[in-house]
Design a protein around this ligand. Sequence first.
Ligand code: UT7
Length: 333
Amino acid sequence: MTRAAVLAGVGGYVPPRVVTNEELSRRLDTSDAWIRTRTGIAARHVVDPGTSTGDLAVEAGGRALKNAGADGADLVIVATTTPDRPCPATAPTVAARLGLTDVPAYDVAAVCSGFVYALQAGAAAVTSGFAERALVVGAESFSTILDPTDRTTSVIFGDGAGAVLLRAGERTEPGAVLDVHLGSDGSMADLITVRGGGAEERSRGGTPRPEDRYFRMDGKSVFFAAVRRMAESSRTVLARTGWEVADVDRLVGHQANTRIIQAVAEQLGLPPERAVLNIERVGNTSAASIPLALADGLADGTLVAGDRVLLTAFGGGATWGSATLVWPDLPIG
Ligand code: UT7
């Protein structure tokens, strides 16, 4: 018997305010047709003033615990690009708000790959015996770092959170995290970045430039790197798991852009209808994207027990990663 981390519950949460493409078209030089055809996005959710990442993480984390029938966890990891504060990490506060004041809790910063990175950490902690139950959350209030005048990013990103609870179990059980592959290439750091707010800016001195507070992305370069790295990483994790591409029932790709997910499926030779998609309703929610897609896929019946599932993501850093699991029989929250 081989100890493994097993998916025991999933939870998702999006803030109530919906911003449609039409609404964006009224303040930016863009259109519903452009956004839909170039990205597959029709709407995204955005936090109201006063709500931030921790609030979304608590909602999603609480739902994952409830759906798993669990009264707690002994490890909490929050993947986010938009922490509530530069210091301290968001995870300890999220844990405390979930009633967990004596557990290890830390943030993972890998932008849109953040959830896969955090999943690896949570799964390794459970598999090694360090933890019995790990709550792994991806949460973003991305709208707080977008330049409202930048049409190339404002139309893509949205806010939300998703979470999974991993419990100790056996590798042969459905839900066991089978394999994870991660990678990074820091020479691509400038492709996706918030330049200001960190030590670089502060150590330079002088007056911070307001525009450096905002998120910037070289969309075209990211598009090609994302397709290449997600496809490569997927092949690597499939080989480690011993699955052929044809064995994959569901591809849960980071919801960056429908065209990116379709291109990854095409490069892998996977029928595009095997992709789980919720981007139309929520946009790109960065670290929250994969767990939110899992929660939505479970709720709408796209993910069913026994499905062989491939997760894959690419994000700032650059970072990327993929994971495999067989979907377990989970209650719909
Ligand atoms: O989540 C982390 C990873 N992020 C991603 O994976 C995002 C990756 N990149 C993308 O999804 C796409 O590159 C974008 C959606 C950002 C852009 O799509 P694209 O097909 O690569 O468009 P483009 O940047 O080549 O721009 C095509 C045209 C340009 O006009 P010209 O130069 O052809 O006249 C842009 O100025 O579309 C213009 N454009 C827009 N037009 C209307 C760019 N953004 C917009 C917009 N509305 N929002």
